[in-house]
Design a protein around this ligand. Structure first.
Ligand SMILES: [Zn+2]
Ligand SMILES: [Zn+2]
Length: 331
């Protein structure tokens, strides 16, 4: 690998540019590096309001939270131990743009993500410039994956399929398949010779084989078997309940109270409470409870029972200020 580029991808970019065609590169993460990590004590800067590590943005020299927008200036010293051996880990669109400019100093390279399209018209301006072939290489997030028809694109590259495949969600494979097929579809719709390169540390991954064969049917078959075995939609209704409070103990007690009440009726269909991927978001501690209900169970009856338990929690004197969000079959 050269930086985050394989030899094959770099060669293909070179060939495509020499043919006078354009290149589209997909990296589903914005910013420069997802994390800054201290090499001495392992400290990673986190958001003040969320349990989320901050993303380094090179152009603004800031660390930003992608959930609440909190930002702070980067420092060259570790805030925990004051060591100055602080390294960046992982990569985002900004880093890819930066590396590319090093490999192809003569080419016009632009980036399309949430950060470069905040200003009015900037989204259209980048697209128009690309369609008019004023840009040689466009690097972008999922923003570039949809609906646009670029007739001079000779190569589409995906920097890391692994980030999508390893996402902790029961729909991760479905989404990865969908996104990879969509991105691949950007390759020269009017040309037959265009190429798609997907980088991965697991090139034999079952999902990548299906993407390669555009094999939607086998994806569906495999996913349905798994969904049924693990009690997920469409076989089961998934009700996701999020209990939030500014105080960690109250959030914990309130969610246990609710789960215990729910178990008296729903029994083993209740999972949790658990901490979700992010323990704290926007100043609130959160715990989640999952309810998996069979499709053939009366839904309106289950819903009524659930809202009775939720109301019991919300009107309880010990749980003032608790917020509850109920999502049915969340997508
Ligand atoms: Zn440190
Ligand atoms: Zn935040």
């Amino acid at each position: 690998m050269n930086g985050h580029f394989s030899e094959a991808l770099l060669m293909a970019i070179q060939d495509t540019l020499e043919r006078g065609e354009q290149v589209l590169l997909f990296q589903n993460r914005r910013g420069f590096a997802p994390q800054q990590e201290c090499q001495s004590c392992g400290h990673v800067p986190h958001c003040k309001h969320c349990d989320v590590s901050l993303t380094y943005h090179k152009s603004t020299h800031r660390l930003r939270c992608h959930y609440c927008g909190y930002a702070e200036k980067t420092s060259t010293n570790c805030k925990a131990c004051n060591n100055h051996d602080v390294k960046l880990k992982g990569f985002g669109t900004e880093k890819i743009e930066d590396e590319l400019q090093g490999f192809f100093p003569e080419q016009v390279i632009r980036r399309m993500d949430l950060d470069t399209t905040r200003k009015k018209d900037s989204y259209e301006n980048i697209l128009n410039a690309f369609e008019d072939q004023e840009i040689d290489i466009l690097v972008g997030t999922q923003m570039i994956s949809k609906g646009l028809d670029f007739s001079h694109v000779g190569l589409v590259g995906v920097l890391s399929a692994d980030q999508m495949l390893n996402f902790p969600d029961f729909r991760a494979f479905e989404r990865a398949f969908q996104m990879l097929c969509q991105v691949s579809g950007r390759a020269g719709r009017k040309k037959s010779e265009s190429q798609v390169i997907i980088q991965s540390f697991e090139p034999n991954h079952e999902i990548l084989k299906l993407v390669k064969g555009h094999n939607y049917k086998d994806l569906l078959k495999g996913q349905l078997v798994e969904r049924q075995a693990f009690r997920y939609p469409p076989y089961f209704r998934l009700i996701h309940i999020l209990v939030r409070h500014r105080n960690r103990r109250v959030a914990e007690q309130a969610s246990s109270f609710l789960a215990t009440a729910m178990r008296t009726v729903f029994e083993q269909r209740v999972l949790g409470p658990e901490y979700p991927a992010f323990e704290r978001l926007k100043g609130y501690y959160q715990k989640q409870i999952l309810l998996k209900v069979e499709r053939d169970l009366s839904y309106s009856d289950s819903k009524q029972k659930l809202s009775r338990f939720v109301n019991g929690l919300l009107s309880h004197d010990n749980f003032k200020g608790v917020k509850v969000r109920v999502d049915v079959d969340p997508f």
